[in-house]
Structures are given as C-alpha cells and as structure tokens.
Design a protein around this ligand. Sequence first.
Ligand code: ADP
Ligand code: TRP
Length: 325
Amino acid sequence: MRVLSAIQPTGAIHIGNYLGAIKQWIDLQEKNECIFFICDLHSITIPYDPKEFQKNILETAITYLAAGVNPEKSIFFVQSKVKEHTELCWLLGSVTPVGDLLRMTQYKEKSKQFKKNLDAGILNYPILMAADILLYKANAVPVGEDQAQHVELTRTIARKFNQRFGKTFNEPKTILPKMGARIMSLTNPKKKMSKSMGPQNYISLFDEPEEIEKKVMSAITDSGKEIKYNPVKKPGISNLLVIYSLFSGKPIKELENFFNGKSYSFFKKSLSELLINSLEPFRRKRKELLLRETYIKETLNIGAKRAETIAQSTMEEVKSKMGLV
Ligand code: ADP
Ligand code: TRP
C-alpha cells in the first residue's frame, strides 16, 4: 500500500495531534511505502509571517523526525520543493466542480473567519490537496476526521479525470484513527484539545516533566470519586483514561479495575509519571536534532529528490493524456 499524508508547519504539536495523526504515520511506516511532507503551500492560504516561515518549517521537520518519522523508510520532504504539486493542482482545477469546493466544511468555516479578505487560495485548497495525493497515486491517506471530506473530494476529482482522459488515477481511501481521533482539552473536556486554546489545555510532545505534572494535576475532573469511563457523565476522567490507555497500551477496563477505590489524585500522579516517561524519548531526540540543522536540511533535500522522481513520471502521463505534449 502506498500511504501519503501531510502536516502544516504550524508550531507546537500536542498529544492530541500525536495520538490522532502522527502515531498512525509511525505505525503505518513499518509495513507500507510512505510519503510524508510538510505542506507549506497550504499554509500560505491564510495570513502568516514570511520571516518566521522557514523557522516553523524546520521546527515541524524536527518534530516529525523526533516523533519517529524515519527518513530511511519514508519519503519525507517539504511540499514547495517539488513543483509538480502546483502544476498538477492547476490541471486538476479543470475537472473540479466549483460547487464541490463551495460546500467543503473547512472552506465554509474559513470563509467566515476571513470574510474581509477572502482569497481564492482558501477555496482552491482542496484541489492542491487532491494534487498532493494523486501525484503519487497513493492508496491510503491517514488524516483526522476534519480532513476526510477533502479526501472524498479527491476521489471525485480522480473519477472525473479518469472519465474524461482515460484511467490514470486510483481512488484513495481515508484512514481514520480507531481511538484517539478526538482527545479532549485538559481545561475543558467538552472541547477538543487544540493549539488555538492555549498551552494550559494541551500537553505538548516536548513539555518538560514539571510542566506535564502541573498540567495533569490541574486537569479538570468530574464530581464523584469513581474512576470510570463515561464520556457523557464523566468527560474529564474519561478523557484522561483514554490518554492513559493509549500511552500504556492497557485497555480501559483494566485501568478501571486497577484504579478502583483509588483517589483522583493518585490516578493523576500515575498518569503524569506515565506521560513523563513516554514523552522522554521525544524530548531527547528533539534536543539532539536542534543541533543538527544541516543534517535535517539534507534529509529534506534527499526526500524531495525521491518524491520528484515519482511526481515527474505522473506528470508526464497526465500531460500526455491531456494533450499537453
Ligand atoms: P489544532 O486543532 O491543534 O490546531 P490541527 O488542526 O493542526 O490541530 O491538526 C493536525 C492534525 O492533528 C490533524 O490530522 C487533526 O485531525 C489532528 N488533531 C488535532 N487535534 C486533535 C485532537 N484533539 N485529538 C485527535 N487528533 C487531533
Ligand atoms: N489539509 C491537511 C490538514 O490541514 C494537510 C494536507 C495537505 C494533507 N495535503 C495533504 C493531508 C495530503 C493528507 C494528504 O491537516
């Protein structure tokens, strides 16, 4: 199976991002041919600071390498370094219904948010994402729930292209995480853990032990004393149980039995120790990588070259089918 996914270069990564997205990449990498990249061209569709941009891209690359993306196994690069992404995006625009773009949930949300300066990039965002996927003829795309609609549109675009120009693309499937697709905020367990809600609501992959302990101990819990999984009545404890289960590999039932009769603070202390230990390798690898900028840049360049070989071959086929030779 050829697996492909991408992430925007947007600052800190929290355990929600890790459990909902990155962990899947790392697991899939073991048995599949994987292509992962930093989608800088998607990020420029909303306001950003060009002066900070390269720093953020590098920081994101470090995060992914520290989290376990293995550039010897997977192709890992920066999107804008392979110009075929933008080239195919333009060509696919000619088989993409505007009506489909207008009904994308992300477009509807962003067009409200940026009502005053609404640029075409926000509308065309899913065409670029389809180009990202179809350029490599990927079979499977691991993403969070919010991006599933864009992969569905990618299938529509592939179908339309094939109908018009002859069978070229397969229709990629979405891979959603089974558990951990929605880790909730520590300060408000009814909302999802998100960068936009501030550092107290999340645990970053690189938080120091003291910060982890402070955040876990002050996480919102529910009334009552029982440590039971019940997302409706006990959203706070249930979220912490999910996090505990995913990091320890132990089923929730086993945790409920183990913590039966114990206090919330005993449970939280144990969770914070688990997180401090589980995240230690990430902190250590990140510190090592921060000193190896040249290695990271070389790794990304090699990745871009490998990606380019596949991308160029698809472009030749696409252009020839479209009568562009
Ligand atoms: P954020 O809301 O923190 O800005 P992004 O929108 O950058 O996160 O999402 C990056 C990836 O992480 C996406 O694949 C998304 O589905 C996943 N993700 C984000 N928040 C969570 C969460 N709380 N639980 C699980 N997965 C999440
Ligand atoms: N749009 C995705 C997000 O915001 C990122 C992305 C860009 C992507 N290109 C992709 C994901 C191709 C999967 C496949 O999370």
